[in-house]
Design a protein around this ligand. Sequence first.
Ligand code: PAN
Ligand code: ZN
Length: 188
Amino acid sequence: MLMPEGVAIDGITGAVSPATVHYTKRLSELRELFQDREAVESEVERLHDPIVYEVAEYRKQGSDIFFGTTTMSPGRVGSEYYMTRGHFHERPNAAEVYYTQHGDGILLLESRDGQSENVEMQPGSCAFIPPGWAHRSINTGSEKLVFVWMCNIAAGHDYGDILKRGMRKLVVARNQLPVLIDNPSWGH
Ligand code: PAN
Ligand code: ZN
């Protein structure tokens, strides 16, 4: 029998305690996400391959849900803000919830047929990610972006499609403010 447990989530650092899984994504692992590949290489060099985001999970076998945090560093590559890979869930009915605890960001969503939507991420905002929508988080602020996510344990992650086609919108800095622009290489 699974036993109830309180899990501490630090709203500033994103630390989950106890956590069952933890992983880190560095800029060199995320090269393909950014438009300006030369800028990626120079930032990897200049900042010694910085951590772009970390994920901490709490997952128990025998449960149908799991949850955790994503903690994103502030930063840009050229004019593009740091972002997660972005994915569809493999299961057609698997939704997800993102509850932002700290920082400022944009949650970019995209349906299979290319409809684009976005939801602001700021402390206290809770985003509903419906089934069938790819989702990517972007840290547009100057501090860490920390959010709690929760979804079905069997949701599955399909990264390939978004990696291949990119997302329809890019989030870039214009006069130090985030704006959404069309991705010129979307679908290529
Ligand atoms: C989140 C994401 C997490 C990292 O837990 O997996 O924010 O983003 P990528 O997985 O796109 O790199 C989630 O959406 N899980 O389903
Ligand atoms: Zn997801």
